[in-house]
Design a protein around this ligand. Structure first.
Ligand code: PDD
Length: 276
């Protein structure tokens, strides 16, 4: 397959990143995952804008414009004849002799590749199990940074217990999933953590909040507690890859009747309509 390495379309093997790349040594970089449906990028401008925002927050100057990046990414999708899948893209602060402070000369390294990823029909229809885990991450979760150890440890804990996702909390307040945003429905109202420094403002999150008025679902962007989570009528997570995935079990206990809820199913269907 063809990958993007800085400004060039090269073979996967031709992409050789330096061992002193700051992304490799420090996680000093930012990334995005963009969905491809029917050969086209979904909400690409939102993802690309968020990449630029993440880069600015870590004081990384990107060596291309949004227009140039958009064009290169769609060429990449075409070259790989991708129908349904994802693009993973990242930018690091590049290679320099190891030192914590930024190098004087910026030479960011950009890579992007595509992958076939089907829509997760089964998990969207059946729902998945989740665990609750402490959110031990830093206080800039709004940045889509390569530093993901706090997320990985939580996800691994979920998988080791046979669950799909870890729902994170700080002192009993639910923030988000380890690689998704978290939502509850209570008394016909959708509740999700506000887009602060404590969560990543997901593009799927924004998309589905935008769709709520159309189906008559009231939205409250307000932090909720673990008690609210465990007594919710419906629980789901949302992300680029998982779309809207119902959570039907939490720490081994059933959510409502252990079936995807009605509002969750409605949201899935309007999201599906918006991607086609
Ligand atoms: N994860 N919160 C976190 C911590 C995430 O890692 C993600 C996405 C989201 C949802 O964001 P979006 O709707 O823009 O995908 C929320 C991506 C898919 C990943 O790391 O693979």
């Amino acid at each position: 397959s063809t990958v993007l390495y800085n400004n060039n379309f090269v073979s996967r093997e031709a992409c050789t990143v330096d061992m002193e790349d700051r992304g490799y040594q420090f996680g000093d970089g930012v990334y995005e995952v963009i969905r491809i449906y029917s050969g086209k990028m979904f909400t690409s401008q939102e993802h690309i804008t968020r990449l630029f925002e993440s880069a600015e927050k870590i004081k990384l100057d990107l060596p291309f414009t949004k227009e140039e990046l958009t064009k290169n990414l769609s060429t990449l999708v075409e070259k790989n004849k991708l129908h349904t899948g994802t693009i993973y893209l990242q930018v690091t602060r590049g290679a320099s002799a190891r030192q914590h402070q930024f190098p004087l000369e910026g030479n960011p390294v950009f890579t992007a590749y595509t992958k076939e990823v089907p829509r997760p029909e089964n998990q969207m229809n059946e729902g998945v199990a989740a665990i609750i885990a402490e959110d031990v991450r830093w206080l800039r979760c709004d940045i889509k940074s390569l530093n993901l150890l706090g997320n990985l440890l939580a996800k691994q804990e979920a998988y080791s217990q046979g669950s799909f996702e870890a729902i994170l909390h700080r002192d009993g307040t639910v923030t988000e999933g380890s690689s998704s945003n978290a939502f509850i429905i209570k008394n016909n109202q959708l509740i999700t953590h506000p887009a602060t420094n404590l969560i990543l403002n997901g593009i799927t999150r924004r998309e589905l909040l935008r769709l709520c008025p159309g189906i008559g679902l009231d939205v409250k962007e307000e932090a909720f507690t673990l008690d609210d989570l465990l007594s919710a009528d419906e629980v789901f997570i949302a992300s680029t890859t998982a779309e809207i995935t119902p959570i039907v079990q939490i720490d081994g206990k059933d959510v409502a009747d252990r079936k995807p809820g009605e509002w969750t199913k409605k949201l899935q269907s309007v999201l599906k309509a918006s991607i086609q």
